[in-house]
Design a protein. Sequence first.
Length: 229
Amino acid sequence: MANRQSPIAVFCKLHLYKSPRDHYNQQVPQLLPIFPLDSVLLPGVTLSLHIFEPRYKEMIEECLTGKKSFGVVRAKPDEGIAEIGCTAEILELTKRYEDGRMDIVTIGRRRFEIIEVNHDRNFIQADVLFVDDEEAIPNLEERQQALELYEQILDAVGSDTDVETESTLLSYQLAGSLPIDLDFKQALLGIRSETERIGGLIDFFEAILPKLQKAARRRDKAGGNGHVP
């Protein structure tokens, strides 16, 4: 019998990033400092970083001095960096160490597509084009369904977090607040329609919710009698 792919894997394959650069032929590429991470930053989502490598200490120092953003791009071993990433605005320098290390808090702002990587500096830079959403009106019923599933997931894992439920980028708020599959987050980042992203989140939440609820019942039962079936 052939191996059956999970709904998440199917979603990621169906939503491989398609470059919109043909629609941005009047946009001039901008040179952006790049921070490769084993993470996916989404617009409107915060990310705390500890900066310790000399090249990135140099990069962040320049961003702080010039009040500039940098790009966060997912890096995978043996696969290089992703084609699409998100700019990070530094909200706060929370701590500066004597040896030059820094703790910073950032927030995702704009998606971009890497056109060409530049290695002229100690840190990576890239010529990028910024990627905006196609105009679409999100389905209010689907937004509500996504929120209800999200609440059920939080209940199953015993967590509590606040999201901006009225945000025009609700999909990113929901996905960014959960420690979910990075391939799924990367696929979500490449989708240029909030309606499509919400639909993808609903499918994702429906796929993982039964497993989370089952695990929660097992935890409750173990806590009640010390026995897990």
